[in-house]
Design a protein around this ligand. Sequence first.
Ligand code: GDP
Ligand code: ADP
Length: 205
Amino acid sequence: MKRGLLIVLSGPSGVGKGTVCAELRHKQSDLIYSVSATTRSPRQGETDGINYFFKTKEQFQEMIAKDALLEFAEYVGNYYGTPRDFVERTLASGKDIILEIEVQGALKVKEKFPQGVFIFLVPPSLDELKQRITGRGTENADIIDHRMNVAVEEMNLIHYYDYAVVNDQIDAACHRIHCIIEAEHCRKERFIEQLEEVKEASEKA
Ligand SMILES: Nc1nc2c(ncn2[C@@H]2O[C@H](COP(=O)(O)OP(=O)(O)O)[C@@H](O)[C@H]2O)c(=O)[nH]1
Ligand SMILES: Nc1ncnc2c1ncn2[C@@H]1O[C@H](COP(=O)(O)OP(=O)(O)O)[C@@H](O)[C@H]1O
C-alpha cells in the first residue's frame, strides 16, 4: 500500500500557520493533523488534545525518556514535540499527515524522513508579521519582541525547505499548498516504490 505523505509546515510566529492549516484541513478532510505536546500554557479558546497536549515540564521529560517523541525543540522558553506513534500509524495507513512545527524540529524530522515535504510559510513583510502577531492579542510585548527576533533567525533557514509559500491571502496560500500536495502525490518515486513492492510480492508467490 502507498504510504501517506509527511508534510511539514513551518514559519515564524504569527505568519498564519494555524489559520492556513485549519483552512487546508477544512478543504481536504482526509488530511490528518499531528497534535503536538507542549509545556506552553493554553491560550484562550485552546483545548487539550485538539490544539495541543498540554503537559508539565515533568510530563514532557517523561515523554522524551520513553522515546515517545519523533522530535522536540525548545522555543521561546517552552518545549514542543511531535508524538511519534500517531505519525507512524497515520503514514502506514496511507493517509497524509501535516506537522505544524518550528525549524529546529523540522530539521530533525528531515533527517528521519528525507522523503517528507517541507514547506515554509512566509509573511508578505516583517511589518505585516508584527501586525498579525500583535493583532492576535495572545502574547505580551516582551514575548512578541522575542518571537520577532526568532522569526528573522528562522527565515535564514528557509533553504532547508522544499517550498516557500507566501501567506498574503489565506485562500491563495491554501491553494498553493494544495497544489504542492497534489504534485507530491504524483512523484514518480512513489509509483516506483509501489511497483517494487508488487514485483517482490509476485516473486514470493
Ligand atoms: N519542534 C516543534 N515545534 C512545534 C511543535 N508544535 C508547535 N511547534 C512550533 O512552536 C512554535 C510556537 O508555537 P505556538 O506557541 O503555538 O505559537 P504560534 O506559532 O505563534 O501559534 C511554532 O513555530 C509552532 O509551529 C512541535 O511538536 N515540535
Ligand atoms: N493571509 C492572512 N492575512 C491576514 N491575516 C492573517 C492571514 N493569515 C493569518 N492571519 C491572522 O494573523 C494572526 C496570526 O495567525 P496564526 O494562524 O495564529 O499564526 P501562527 O499559527 O503562524 O502563529 C491571526 O490573527 C490570523 O487571523
